[in-house]
Design a protein around this ligand. Structure first.
Ligand code: SAJ
Length: 421
């Protein structure tokens, strides 16, 4: 077993995490092979272009591809370390680990003694050890780690990503990382990899603790947002401005309440708590309830829109509803698991009002919104607001900051984000 410098790194999965990781590694002068099963994504990256929106990522990608440090391919190639950053969706109350298994199977044939394999994908506790066992069955000629057994040919670790979409290039470098090796030697080798680009602390621990840590972080945030969302419904019932309550309560030195919204979206916070519920269903009462509170928020917003539409119609007008924002959160182009998109699709499906959609990150109407005569994408948000009887603020994109409050004058305003409240 030779464990020299990590000169070549293969990143498997070039999505929202894998691509920035590959690019940042390459920007430190490491030779990186980025792997994705999607040929179009591979071709695009090899032209120095990117397929996601993330501040500054385009310029750095263009540079590292041009200077030869990053090359994309459709299959893994020989390298010193492999970083697996593929999706782990949640279907039918179960984590779907098929992409992790497929990625591990694709890496297995090119592994050699001294290599490191790190799983970054969010996973239920035990996944990394199962992945190591899968690699061992595919490569019986190599010794893979098992708990407590040092002296392996290939090191295997789990290191969750913790970056916030919209701030990925900064957080990839500055955030502390939890590194869970199957053995101490695995953790130490993985630390060498992350030291190439991370300036934050590298915190070594056991593999299952690292897996649970990732799920815990996102569940903590989900529970906190559920508290804010529940508070918003309580305050509305009591005729109290929830945004004032939160702002003032947060002056207490030990209180830090998050912001209510139209629901919780994205592929992490709205999903990861279910991994914990799946692992310990009886014991996860608070975590499950928080998920239910956050999942219930879009329905609450929809009821308000329905009442507003009925009010406009009762006053003798044909209702026009402006929906501002479809993304799962401000200033990103990501519509996955977006409560705002879900709300827009349901309003469009009612078929009883004109729907004027504003979404600065969409060139065309996504999903089930396309193809309806009564649903239009309006490029200028001011224009959508001016035309509408009902204005629903769903995503506080920075583009909406300069909508004059005076334009809202006689309209029914449903402000789920507290922009004008
Ligand atoms: N949201 C609120 N109120 C808030 C904050 C967020 O309603 O006060 C909503 C957002 O609008 C969005 C959802 O929650 O719909 C999730 O957004 P987010 O900004 O909280 O988180 P994500 O999903 O973009 O990223 C999270 C981060 N995790 C934590 O903050 C603990 C990030 O660090 C993780 O790397 C990422 O999940 C991930 O990949 O797991």
């Amino acid at each position: 077993m030779s464990e020299g410098k990590l000169k070549t790194i293969c990143v498997v999965g070039l999505g929202y995490i894998g691509l920035p990781t590959a690019v940042v590694l390459a920007s430190r002068g490491t030779s990186v092979i980025g792997v994705d099963v999607n040929k179009d994504v591979v071709a695009k990256i090899n032209r120095g272009e990117i397929h996601i929106v993330e501040p500054d990522l385009d310029a750095v990608t263009a540079r590292v591809v041009q200077n030869g440090f990053l090359r994309a391919a459709t299959a893994p190639e020989t390298a010193d370390a492999f970083v697996i950053a593929v999706p782990t969706p949640f279907h039918d109350n179960k984590a779907d680990l098929s992409y992790v298994h497929a990625a591990a199977a694709s890496v297995a044939p090119v592994l050699k003694p001294g290599d490191l394999v790190v799983l970054e994908s969010t996973s239920p506790p035990g996944t990394t050890e199962r992945m190591a066992a899968q690699l061992a069955s595919l490569r019986p000629d190599l010794k893979f780690p098992r708990h407590g057994e040092e002296g392996c040919d290939v090191q295997v670790a789990y290191c969750p990503e913790r970056v916030l979409p919209g701030r990925v290039l900064v957080e990839l470098v500055e955030n502390d990382r939890v590194i869970g090796g199957i053995t101490h030697a695995c953790s130490a080798r993985a630390e060498e990899l992350y030291r190439i680009f991370v300036t934050g602390s590298l915190l070594q621990t056991g593999v299952r603790t690292a897996e649970m840590c990732k799920l815990t972080e996102n569940s903590f945030r989900d529970v906190s947002i559920a508290f804010a969302n529940e508070l918003s419904i309580i305050c509305e019932k009591l005729g109290i401005n929830v945004w004032d309550v939160i702002r003032l309560a947060n002056h207490h030195p030990r209180v830090n309440i998050l912001q209510p919204g139209p629901g919780v979206g994205g592929h992490c916070i709205a999903v990861d708590p279910w991994f914990i519920v799946q692992a310990a269903p009886e014991e996860s009462r608070l975590i499950r309830t928080a998920r239910e509170v956050n999942d219930g928020k879009p329905k609450y917003v929809l009821e308000k829109i329905k009442t507003a539409i009925a009010g406009v119609r009762a006053a003798g007008a044909e209702p026009k509803v402006a929906l501002l924002g479809l993304a799962f959160k401000p200033d990103v182009d990501d519509f996955r698991e977006s409560p705002s998109l879900h709300i827009a699709e349901i309003v469009a499906g009612w078929n009883d009002c004109a729907v004027l959609i504003s979404e600065p990150y969409a060139d065309a109407l996504p999903g089930a919104l396309a193809g309806h005569k009564h649903v239009r994408l309006i490029a200028d948000a001011h224009d959508a607001v001016r035309q509408a009887h009902i204005v629903v603020m769903l995503v506080n994109h920075r583009h909406y900051k300069d909508i004059p409050v005076a334009d809202l004058g006689d309209k029914v305003v449903i402000d789920t984000r507290g922009v004008w409240s």
